[in-house]
Design a protein around this ligand. Structure first.
Ligand SMILES: Cc1cc2nc3c(=O)[nH]c(=O)nc-3n(C[C@H](O)[C@H](O)[C@H](O)COP(=O)(O)O)c2cc1C
Ligand code: SF4
Length: 423
């Protein structure tokens, strides 16, 4: 397949290539932003190009970046100006919380090639009229935080950040906000609460952050991997970006994190629309000798269970595609003791539930009790009904998407491997 090894996110990632600001500028970095400053292109032009690209949010939801920026732009134009000019009129937030176990794509991007992410934040902030932007960073990423601080300083000294950027009247500060290790704080409204110094619990929506986000101002929240694509799209064009995938519903490439009995473990950039079988063969180097796969979990601990019969289906964000989520793919071996996996999921979600709403607070607790019981042998038929009830309730009545993430593993087992957990 012709596009297979096209890399736009992981280009030039290797220990011997330093990826400095000088390299980035030499390769045309900041040229889209320069075009905005020189009025060669307008905010409208940029938003239109991004809309046309079809770029979907890589934080899991797959929501169109162009639509989000358009909505925030419209709200920021109509929002009342602060009478105190030092306050930011709007905010731009890069979501680097990444608390999902086994997921480290955003950290890898920020450590290996932070410049396009920062350029995207600067472009987005210019469009919104934001004076302040945040990178909400996983609190465990200490090394990343210190590297990012150096990069932000480097960019500021080169005149791309700070006061009167490149001689214009646009000024911007980018702050790194280190989270305290809560999975729920990756949810955009909980994240906003956390920056405001409140409990990290999701807010009721609407209003959405594009209308009323951080400190009640129009706010864009985008994932690191979503943003890293922005300068590429603006330089190479929306139509080129759309051709990079193997899908009619999902566009561009995606970082996949492969885990399990394969030869090349870890991070691989591949076109969206690729199947699990293709990933294993073309990127993972094939399965280890004599290994058989029972199922794959796609999208981390909150991801869905995919049986081998579906391993040829495309991965992406479309209706007919397997939801790719964060891109973490765990290949679970045939001989796995299922109760150990169920126990790991249930313990994790029980611990991470913020406890704000009853279905999730009580549901994760009940599921953790059932997981505990499963350690001592299979469950009874009546308990299967109880599990189904909990899944039904948590999926429909939880206040935020955490509730449905927390039951996805259980749901997959109940639907496909009932006899492994029920007498
Ligand atoms: C429980 C929960 C955890 C989340 N964690 C993250 C996260 O770590 N990183 C992230 O980018 N998005 C996370 N999200 C999704 C965000 O709410 C939001 O949709 C995303 O940051 C928007 O960026 P995008 O449009 O670029 O994907 C999470 C959502 C939920 C419900
Ligand atoms: S679903 Fe869970 S994480 Fe989300 S608000 Fe309710 S208790 Fe909190």
């Amino acid at each position: 397949m012709e596009n297979k090894k096209i890399k736009i996110i992981t280009e030039n990632w290797s220990a011997d290539k330093k990826n400095t600001l000088a390299d980035y500028l030499e390769k045309g970095g900041f040229s889209s932003f320069k075009k905005m400053i020189s009025k060669e292109v307008t905010s409208e032009d940029i938003i239109e190009e991004l809309e046309e690209s079809g770029l979907q949010g890589r934080g899991g939801s797959g929501f169109s970046l162009g639509k989000k920026w358009r909505a925030a732009y419209e709200y920021s134009k109509s929002a009342k100006k602060y009478s105190f000019p030092a306050r930011s009129h709007a905010y731009f937030i890069c979501n680097a919380d990444e608390s999902e176990p086994g997921t480290y794509k955003d950290r890898s991007i920020l450590e290996n090639n932070p410049y396009p992410v920062l350029e995207a934040i600067i472009i987005g902030s210019w469009i919104l009229g934001a004076k302040e932007a945040f990178i909400y960073l996983n609190g465990g990423y200490k090394e990343t935080a210190s590297r990012l601080k150096n990069v932000i300083n480097e960019i500021r000294k080169a005149g791309w950040l700070g006061k009167n950027i490149q001689g214009t009247d646009f000024s911007l500060r980018i702050k790194i906000f280190e989270g305290a290790g809560s999975y729920v704080c990756g949810e955009e409204t909980a994240l906003i609460n956390s920056i405001e110094g409140k409990r990290g619990e999701p807010r009721l929506r609407p209003p959405y952050p594009v209308e009323s986000g951080l400190f009640g101002r129009p706010t864009v929240v985008n994932n690191v991997e979503t943003l890293v694509n922005v300068p590429f799209i603006l330089e190479e064009g929306a139509s080129k970006f759309r051709t990079l995938s193997k899908s009619e519903e999902s566009f561009g490439t995606k970082i996949f994190l492969l885990n399990g009995p394969i030869k090349n473990l870890g991070l691989h950039e591949a076109p969206l629309g690729i199947s699990i079988n293709e990933l294993i063969k073309e990127y993972g180097g094939g399965l280890e000798k004599d290994k058989k796969i029972k199922f794959a979990q796609v999208g981390g601990s909150g991801g869905s269970i995919v049986m081998p019969s579906d391993f040829d289906k495309p991965l992406g964000f479309g209706q007919d595609e397997i939801a790719v989520g964060s891109g973490a793919i765990l290949l679970v071996e045939e001989n796995v003791e299922i109760h150990k996996l169920i126990s790991a999921w249930s313990h994790f979600f029980r611990r991470e539930s913020c406890g704000q709403c009853v279905p999730c607070r009580e549901g994760t607790y009940q599921l953790s009790l059932l997981a505990q019981k499963l350690k001592n042998g299979k469950l009874k038929e009546g308990e299967l009904e109880k599990i189904k009830d909990i899944i039904f309730t948590m999926e429909r009545a939880s206040f935020c998407a955490f509730g449905s993430f927390a039951v996805k593993g259980w749901k997959g087992v109940v639907e496909n491997l009932t006899n492994e957990i029920i007498e």
